[in-house]
Design a protein around this ligand. Sequence first.
Ligand SMILES: [Cu+2]
Length: 156
Amino acid sequence: MLLKKTLLLIALLAPWLFASAHDYQAGELHIEHPWSREMPPVAPTAAVYFVVHNKGSQADRLLGAQTPVAGKAEFHEHLHADGLMKMQQVQTVDIPAGGEVRFAPMAYHVMLFDLKRQLQDGERFPLTLTFEKAGAVQVGVTVQKEPQADDAAHQH
Ligand SMILES: [Cu+2]
């Protein structure tokens, strides 16, 4: 009896407990916790982060991203060159078989240009990611003030 009640309680609480840890499936790919940091109202750009796990035996490749909230979305990587840190556009991102690629601050990110409005803490906006093999998948990007919830979500 007690066990049943406990399970029921967990089932009821789970959506709130894991509200920030959302994920998506596209074929053999698993896309974990897409998020973006809230930017000041005047900021013309924002960045989107997530982790792509490839559970399959074939490599895949991220070819493009699109969202209705921005005029343009590009893949960027961070580089250290001559003691400086800069970011530069990459056309595609390889997702190795059985591996994972982390889009995170100071690493790969999806850069959004020509934002049509401020993205605010707590909202979720759609982003379509197109993969060479897995095809197109729409994910929901959660806007957060801080990255902590994301870090916590990955401690497993
Ligand atoms: Cu960038």
